[in-house]
Design a protein around this ligand. Structure first.
Ligand SMILES: CC(C)(COP(=O)(O)OP(=O)(O)OC[C@H]1O[C@@H](n2cnc3c(N)ncnc32)[C@H](O)[C@@H]1OP(=O)(O)O)[C@@H](O)C(=O)NCCC(=O)NCCS
Length: 141
């Protein structure tokens, strides 16, 4: 993924603030906390898109570019890359802004895959309407 991109890509699916409890001994925020925010953001988008529950099946190509500090505002942007029969592959970027109004910077990115599941946790088909909406959006780009 390109370092040169200067703007977030996708939908703003989650925003939160890094708290003291989320840090390691150096005062930087734990990578695991950031991954869990990305997972939540992706699940919100995947569940809206597939109109039901989703489970994370894989996390790939994670890159941590710069550390996050306490008090930073974290914004997770999600963009669907691919839709299968039951799965949704999503690019998730995390951007960090401080309250001193410096420009936000991209701190982390990764590719997550979610599978649509039913109430019992068994995989289910992505609704045809959602697939068609995605294909229409992609063809416009
Ligand atoms: C999600 C789950 C129900 C899927 O059932 P499954 O029988 O393993 O599903 P399949 O192997 O048929 O794969 C389902 C889809 O995921 C895709 N997939 C499977 N493994 C994958 C992987 N490692 N990376 C990306 N996609 C993957 C398949 O290609 C398929 O996509 P498609 O239907 O769009 O073609 C099951 O794996 C599960 O419950 N996993 C645990 C999920 C979980 O608890 N997540 C939270 C982690 S704490």
């Amino acid at each position: 993924m390109s370092e040169s991109l200067s703007k977030p890509e996708g939908t703003l699916s989650l925003q939160t603030i890094a708290m003291p409890a989320d840090t390691n001994w150096s005062g930087d925020v734990f990578g695991g906390w950031i991954v869990s925010q990305m997972d939540l953001a992706g699940a919100i988008h995947a569940e809206r898109f597939s109109k039901g529950r989703c489970a994370t099946i894989s996390i790939n190509q994670m890159t941590f570019l710069v550390p996050v500090k306490v008090g930073d505002v974290i914004s997770c942007y999600t963009k669907i890359l691919k839709v299968g029969n039951t799965s949704i592959q999503m690019q998730i970027e995390v951007w960090d802004s401080h309250d001193d109004s410096r420009l936000p910077k991209r701190v982390t990115e990764g590719v997550f895959t979610f599978v649509a599941v039913d109430a019992q946790g068994a995989k289910r088909q992505i609704p045809e309407q959602s697939k068609q909406r995605f294909l229409a959006q992609v063809s416009q780009v």
